[in-house]
Design a protein around this ligand. Structure first.
Ligand code: 5GP
Ligand code: ZN
Length: 113
């Protein structure tokens, strides 16, 4: 499958792995929008949040828990940070493999759209 994040999961595209377990990996965004910008993704190819099945719904909680832990490790937990999941074309999703952005390390805009 021609999916850039599946290639990172498979190790075909080298990336600095910041966290991994049997379900999830995390790595830095290639084009960071903030001093801390990481991506938390499932190993499994799930195209978008909209295509998450009911059986997989616990995944999002696990991803958020890992993001919170990474934020603590980065020392941004107290100051604040943002978790974002873009879904579909109008949601601004560019890579069709479910991912959660962890953004922080600077004052983020309160504008979301
Ligand atoms: P989206 O717009 O789909 O929510 O976010 C996709 C993110 O993936 C973007 O922030 C983009 O910079 C990042 N990205 C795209 N290709 C790569 C890559 O090959 N490696 C890494 N580390 N990040 C990528
Ligand atoms: Zn994929």
């Amino acid at each position: 499958m021609d999916c850039v994040f599946c290639k990172i999961v498979a190790g075909e595209i080298p990336s600095r792995i910041l966290y991994q377990d049997e379900e999830v990996i995390a790595f830095p965004d290639i084009d960071p929008l903030a001093p801390v910008h990481m991506l938390i993704i499932p190993r499994k190819h799930i195209p978008s949040l909209a295509e998450l099945t009911e059986a997989e719904s616990s995944l999002i909680g696990n991803m958020a828990k890992i993001a919170n832990r990474l934020a603590k490790n980065e020392g941004i937990s107290d100051k604040g940070y943002r978790l974002v999941i873009n879904s579909g074309k109008q949601g601004g999703q560019g890579v069709a493999h479910l991912h959660m952005h962890l953004l922080g390390g600077r004052q983020l805009s309160s504008a979301l759209g």
